[in-house]
Write a protein that binds this ligand. Structure first.
Ligand SMILES: Cc1cc2nc3c(=O)[nH]c(=O)nc-3n(C[C@H](O)[C@H](O)[C@H](O)COP(=O)(O)OP(=O)(O)OC[C@H]3O[C@@H](n4cnc5c(N)ncnc54)[C@H](O)[C@@H]3O)c2cc1C
Length: 446
């Protein structure tokens, strides 16, 4: 028996536990995590995304303090409330380790970047970012674990198999070994990795869900000096471009100055991502260019579509594909000999030189190429033949679950938070969602 069961020990679940233990001492809280404890995890394979800290443990640790970035909580909370929450979460992370610099572009700098972007046909989104770095992110999450360990029961290497309900009220959680934890409150925080499990649970429990679009694209890698002017001031610069051919919204995402490109395992698919360390630098900067693929009736499986595109790249490249932009523009494959002639040295060694035009749909490829050309006007060198493109980068978002502004479902006592609820896409909003659900529960209990 427990007062509250939290499913998933990513940032969303952890912040829910921190809030509950800080403001409702003496509660019996159980965290069920299918992966390992943080000290036993490694960067390899699916360990990278599961275990204490979830996908946050090896993330880049960019804390984006913005209501427009990293989730859709602004559709459930009012703007002032969300800003206050983001600042509170930032203070909590900084309280564990304040080494990360805060980058915020304002005043004349923001006006200049905005004007230059407009001339290039881009829209500039100013953001405030604290970069804590991969290694600090890991230690912060470990410190949170140590703090919580004396107040919370942590169950590792155990998957929650089913959320139980009776007469519209949550009654417990069944674990994969068949045992049952009975409880009045469940906070499900299964992350992107648990999205299909969450969808199954939602179906079983009769929760209303809506598909989110899938974001598809490539990871771009170039010499850091090309973007230095922007990354020095803003760390992460976000641009939006509306493509001429398709009128699609194309965006830059997850910029990692002096960082490295990494592989990400999503089930049986290999995709790409990027991050940068706080104390270690490469010569390159990487970022993603993504296009949202949103579908209309009768198709309702954007995740399946994204998976199919990523599988195609995996089939052709036996994993991740890397291509020089010059080769893509000239309609030829990058082979190992051509890659050796590339002035940008790839930071991801386990990528097969190949041809992305065989796996990316024409619409997405042409959106990406148009955006690279627009970015070149603001940062000359982006559209160079020596820029590297890795594919496929794909962001699956869980189906969005219908929630009230306390993140409660229509089942009494059941809250769904973080990336697994389809309402967040980053560390900050995922962490905020944990606090919101915990506060709702404390309110109901008091
Ligand atoms: C390489 C990389 C870099 C990133 N960099 C950044 C960044 O710089 N800034 C940023 O804001 N965001 C970044 N992100 C995204 C960020 O990590 C996520 O948005 C965030 O971790 C989501 O938190 P969450 O708690 O909702 O889910 P997750 O962190 O995914 O955690 C979910 C947890 O639930 C567990 N779980 C799932 N189902 C079950 C089940 N049935 N039973 C038990 N346990 C279960 C999983 O094992 C997992 O540990 C990055 C992600 C990656 C992969």
């Amino acid at each position: 028996m427990a007062d509250v069961v939290i499913i998933g020990a990513g940032p969303a679940g952890i912040f829910a536990a921190l809030e509950l233990t800080r403001h409702a001492r003496g509660l019996d809280i159980v965290i069920i995590e299918q992966g390992k404890d943080i000290t036993e995890r490694s960067r390899a394979g699916k360990d990278m995304l599961i275990g204490w800290g979830g996908a946050g443990a090896y993330s880049d640790g960019k804390l984006t303090i913005s209501t427009d970035v990293g989730g859709q909580l602004s559709s459930l909370l009012n703007e002032d409330e969300l800003i206050a929450l983001l600042e509170e979460v930032d203070r909590i992370y900084a309280g564990y380790n304040s080494t990360g610099g805060v980058y915020s572009v304002g005043g004349d700098d923001a006006d200049v970047i905005s004007a230059q972007a407009r001339l290039a046909g881009l829209v500039y989104i100013p953001t405030k970012v604290r970069h804590i770095g991969t290694e600090n992110c890991y230690t912060i999450l470990k410190d949170m674990r140590d703090e919580l360990s004396s107040h919370v029961t942590m169950v590792f290497n155990t998957k929650a198999s089913s959320i139980m309900e009776q007469d519209g009220r949550v009654t417990g959680v069944e674990l994969e070994d068949g045992s049952i934890v009975t409880t009045r409150f469940v906070i499900a925080a299964p992350g992107r990795i648990g999205s299909s499990w969450m969808s199954d649970q939602a179906k079983k429990l009769g929760l209303v869900t809506r598909p989110n679009p899938v974001d598809l694209g490539v990871r771009v890698e170039l010499p850091a000096v090309v973007l230095e002017n922007l990354t020095r001031k803003a760390y992460e610069t976000k641009f939006i471009y509306y493509s001429k051919t398709f009128d699609d919204k194309v965006r830059t995402f997850c910029m990692n100055p002096y960082g490295e490109v990494v592989r990400e395992t999503l089930g049986d698919i290999l995709t790409v991502n990027g991050h940068s360390w706080a104390r270690k630098r490469t010569d390159n900067t990487n970022f993603a260019i993504l296009v949202s693929a949103d579908f209309t009736e009768p198709f309702d499986d954007p995740i399946g579509y994204g998976e199919s595109v990523a599988k195609l790249a995996n089939m052709l490249g036996k994993g991740v594909i890397v291509q020089r932009l010059g080769d893509l523009q000239s309609g030829r494959r990058t082979n190992p000999a051509r890659l050796l002639k590339c002035a940008t040295l790839p930071t991801l060694k386990q990528a097969t030189p190949g041809d992305l035009s065989y796996c990316l749909p024409y619409r997405i490829l042409s959106d990406i190429m148009e955006m690279l050309s627009a970015l070149d006007k603001i940062a000359p060198g982006v559209n160079s033949a020596h820029t590297l493109l890795y594919g496929i980068e794909v962001k699956f978002y869980s189906n969005r679950i219908d929630l009230d502004n306390g993140l409660k479902t229509r089942i009494e006592g059941l809250y769904v938070i973080g990336d697994g609820a389809g309402i967040t896409r980053g560390l900050m909003q995922a962490s905020c969602s944990g606090i919101v659900a915990a506060r709702s529960i404390v309110k109901v209990m008091s």
